[in-house]
Design a protein around this ligand. Structure first.
Ligand code: AHR
Length: 505
């Protein structure tokens, strides 16, 4: 099959916000305990954090991380996690039916984030708590000294404030499963008032209001309209969440969920525009897609675990063995975020370690990268700069979730120094290689720097990286593309993801 694409240096979509490649980690399953934190582990540092995991995290160059939840945050008391560890209470976490020991709290997490070179994005509990506790938490984190909460932080050994600028106003408040779930209008009012209180602590603070938990929610997209009508002028982002799966074992339908996500983003962008016009507002609101990932391989087993009444400590939950098909899907979803970077400014892969994650660990044992680690890493390393428009002409297909879907999925990014361009290209066809003809206009002196490929054989779609075999699905150097007159030509293998870097004059 043939695929033509055309890019012009001057036809751009937007300046990509680096935070498009952010992550999320929750007190859930083994994400924190025996994921990032395991004081008895042979690689543990002086603070009890696993160095093997930190190395894998650092290599992703993650700009920001959302913490501490998730559903967990909606009944969380942040005060339980500060002060001497031996005095911290053990609590029941109602969201995941687990025991929370509070051995990691904000100060431990901040130390980890500093070592991982990631900025924190914190969520406040608007389920069982409200403005008062949110206000105290911000003061504890951000105020220098001389007040009750800031001096309490200092008494806990943290002299300098953290200066956290991104605050999430609760989590998935549209979901009946959420502790403290609310009606849209009710939540919009609370979010408005909480946002004002949080922002009162200083210039530069941005807040994220909860949008829909997914685009199948019965309240979607009216939830966004009602919430924004209450708080539009006082918030900066509206969050969206969406998880994906392929229970029908149909790769083309699975890959078409990328298009479905594009429609989701477009619809919410429309709601934002509608409310802005209705309120004659001056400010802009952007999308913060702060939970996205593949989540389906272990659903049955997980629902058994979290419906048990044993209240285990850090049980194995949502530990997915991602395969090649998932890696191609994740590469496609990241392409969609790049193509929508005029409206989506922040996105967080959910989650980072063990729980639906690019990084997995064995308690007391090794850490490894799952298949989705690689497309996420390539996007984070090379997807920064200016998103360029890509016109694509290729055969298309119809599936249940979307029609007229391109077999060729491409996104392109011009580096901030204008000296290189990265093209992320996917051939979705399970059985046909694609003859690619990529025209690059307005660029001189094109040179191929690197081509990394994953896939090439759909019979290996379900091969996964596991603890026993952690390197089954990894990128390899491609050798079938070459720079020619005005662009790039060659072959994209069937069922493959490619990261292609070119230097430009
Ligand atoms: O990431 C797992 C869970 O998915 C989060 O806690 C919640 O926000 C979402 O439903």
């Amino acid at each position: 099959m043939k695929g033509r694409a055309s890019i012009h240096r001057d036809f751009s979509i937007a300046q990509i916000d680096d935070r498009l490649y952010s992550a999320f980690i929750e007190h859930m399953g083994r994400a924190i305990y025996s994921g990032i934190y395991e004081p008895d582990h042979p690689t543990a540092n002086a603070n009890g954090f696993r160095s093997d995991v930190l190395d894998l995290v650092r290599a992703l160059k993650i700009p920001a991380i959302r913490y501490p939840g998730g559903n967990f945050v909606s009944a969380y008391k942040w005060e339980d996690g500060v002060g001497p560890k031996e005095d911290r209470p053990v609590r029941l976490d109602l969201a995941w039916r687990s025991k929370e020991t509070n051995q990691v709290g904000i100060n431990e997490f901040a130390r980890w984030a500093r070592d991982a070179e990631i900025e924190m994005m914190l969520a406040v509990n608007l389920g069982t708590r409200g403005i008062e506790e949110a206000r105290n938490f911000v003061e504890y984190c951000n105020h220098p000294s001389g007040t009750y909460w800031s001096d309490l932080r200092r008494s806990h050994g943290v002299e300098d404030p953290y200066g956290v600028n991104m605050w999430c106003l609760g989590n998935e408040m549209d979901g009946p499963w959420q502790i403290g779930h609310m009606e849209a209008k009710e939540y919009g009012r609370l979010a408005d008032e909480t946002s004002k209180a949080v922002k009162a602590f200083g210039k530069g603070i941005e807040t994220v209001v909860c949008g829909s938990s997914n685009d199948q929610m019965p309240t979607y997209p009216d939830w966004e309209r009602q919430v924004l009508e209450e708080c539009y002028e006082n918030v900066d982002y509206i969050s969206l969440h969406k998880y994906f799966g392929n229970n029908s074992r149909n790769s083309l339908n699975y890959f078409a969920k990328v298009e479905e996500t594009g429609r989701y983003i477009q619809s919410i962008a429309g709601v934002i525009d509608y409310v802005k016009a209705k309120k004659r507002a001056k400010n802009d609101i952007y999308i913060c897609f702060d939970e996205w990932n593949v989540w389906y391989h272990n659903r049955e087993q997980d629902s058994k675990n979290w419906h048990s009444w044993d209240w285990p400590e850090a049980p194995a939950l949502l530990e997915e063995d991602y395969n090649l098909e998932d890696a191609i899907f994740v590469g496609g979803l990241l392409n969609e975020f790049i193509r929508r970077s005029d409206r989506v400014k922040i996105a967080c892969i959910a989650q980072l370690v063990n729980v639906i994650a690019p990084i997995r660990t064995e308690r007391g044992g090794k850490a490894w990268a799952t298949s989705i680690y690689y497309p996420y890493q390539f996007a984070s390393l090379y997807g920064r700069g200016t998103a360029l428009n890509v016109a694509v002409d290729c055969p298309r297909y119809d599936e249940a979730v979307a029609q007229d879907v391109n077999y060729l999925d491409v996104a392109a990014v011009l580096a901030p120094d204008g000296r290189s361009i990265t093209v992320f290209a996917i051939n979705r066809s399970p059985d046909e290689a694609m003859e690619l003809d990529l025209a690059l206009h307005g660029f001189d002196d094109l040179k191929l720097i690197d081509h990394q490929v994953m896939g090439g054989d759909s019979s290996l779609a379900r091969v996964a990286n596991t603890c026993a075999e952690p390197n089954k699905v990894t990128p390899r150097k491609g050798d079938r593309l070459a720079v020619g007159e005005g662009g790039l030509k060659g072959e994209l293998p069937a069922f493959s993801y490619s990261m292609i870097r070119l230097s430009v004059g």
